[in-house]
Design a protein around this ligand. Structure first.
Ligand SMILES: Cc1cc2nc3c(=O)[nH]c(=O)nc-3n(C[C@H](O)[C@H](O)[C@H](O)COP(=O)(O)O)c2cc1C
Length: 363
């Protein structure tokens, strides 16, 4: 039975170990969406993780969801990412870009564009612009003839990621953003071929995955899903519907030969998570976190129990640049400082010490 420290091949990706850095939005890019010096250092510090998944990164200007989010659109953004990927590769790591269209979880004051979604249903809540908190707007319901443009944005963004030196991409179909919004019945009330039945609700996600595979090759494409996450007004509380939608999605993705599916769900051993794994049939990454940050023991147990091919870890990787070393040697961890997650610059971003540095500071 492999453990967390056993290498893994996932499509074209060769992971030195099975601890994957989760996609983590940290809003450290410039106003123009260009990756900054601290981002180069932050990701390079974490190169010993088996795979780094970048923070959610917008493939089109309208897909931007956060102030300080980096993009995969302009030459300057790609040049910035090239510095990040070069630094990670120099330290022996590999990295994929999480390609994320925020959908209705954005605001024109953030992206400079109308907000796009499957249906004209606003999230009941507020988002943060550069000048303060504002209510989420009622989004523009994408017309049928606009959907090819969404597919194209994911294709172009993914090709741009490869051109910027990423080893692949993770399509973001989780956490209530655009692709997830098409899957969910509370965010998608369309009556055309993209709404209603499970086959219709998965259609855009499958079209995006198929087109990105055709562009950059299946071995460099993964996808993230979060069934029953119940976030941003996207409620999936009908297990039969969830089974039908995500089961159909796995059946449609399986023949593509993707590098991986990454699932976020607390019940890794349950029939939903393991049933979807069986239907996908390829490398399966699991993240059980959120209510509590993933721990070393939980991650190890997922491997011992054979529930995942790799474990995705979020907050522990924020606070511990040398997480793999610490977990292998059981050295303990730095505590996360929540107040600095979205702080500016280096604070709480590149200043968490390795175990060795912590020892030096203490002595
Ligand atoms: C600060 C922060 C930013 C996050 N940003 C993203 C993101 O950009 N994309 C995404 O898919 N998930 C995002 N997540 C979710 C994480 O990838 C992960 O699923 C979550 O932290 C649970 O794992 P953990 O318990 O190991 O931290 C974010 C979570 C946190 C705490």
């Amino acid at each position: 039975m492999p453990d967390l420290f056993t290498p893994l091949s996932a499509g074209d990706l060769s992971l030195a170990n099975r601890i994957v850095m989760a996609p983590l939005t940290r809003t450290r890019a410039g106003v123009d969406g260009v990756p900054t010096d601290v981002m180069v250092e932050h990701y390079a510090q974490r190169a010993s993780l088996g795979l780094i998944v970048s923070e959610g990164t917008f493939p089109s200007p309208a897909g931007k969801g956060f102030v300080g989010q980096p993009g995969l659109v302009t030459p300057e953004q790609l040049a910035g990412w090239r510095r990040v990927t070069d630094a990670v590769h120099e330290r022996g790591g590999i990295m994929v870009a999480q390609v994320m269209h925020a959908g209705r979880a954005s605001h024109p004051d953030i992206s400079g564009h109308p907000v796009e979604a499957p249906s004209a249903l606003a999230i009941d809540g507020e988002t943060r612009t550069a000048t303060g908190k504002v209510a989420y707007p009622v989004p523009h319901a994408l017309e049928l003839d606009e959907l090819p443009g969404i597919v194209k944005a994911f294709v172009t963004g993914s090709q741009n990621a490869i051109d910027a030196g990423f080893d692949g991409v993770e399509l973001h179909a989780a956490n209530g953003y655009l692709l997830h919004e098409f899957l969910g019945s509370t965010s998608n009330v369309r009556t055309d071929a993209y709404g209603g039945t499970p086959e219709n609700r998965i259609r855009l996600v499958v079209e995006v995955a198929t087109a990105v595979v055709a562009q950059i090759g299946a071995g460099r494409v993964g996808i993230r899903i979060s069934p029953e996450r119940n976030i941003q007004g996207l409620i999936e509380d009908d297990r039969a519907d969830v089974d039908a939608v995500y089961g159909a999605l796995m059946d449609a993705l399986a023949p593509l030969g993707l590098a991986f599916v990454s699932i976020l769900h607390p019940d890794a051993a349950g029939t939903l998570v393991q049933g979807l794994r069986a239907r996908f049939g390829g490398p399966y990454f699991v993240n059980t976190g959120f209510a509590e940050a993933t721990t070393r023991d939980e991650a190890a147990a997922l491997m011992v129990d054979g529930l995942a091919d790799a474990v995705v870890v979020g907050r522990a990787a924020i606070a511990n640049p040398d997480l793999v070393h610490r977990w292998r040697e059981d050295l303990g961890q730095n505590a996360l400082v929540p107040e600095t997650i979205y702080a500016e610059g280096a604070t709480g971003y590149t200043d968490y010490p390795t175990h060795g540095e912590a020892g030096l500071r203490a002595s």
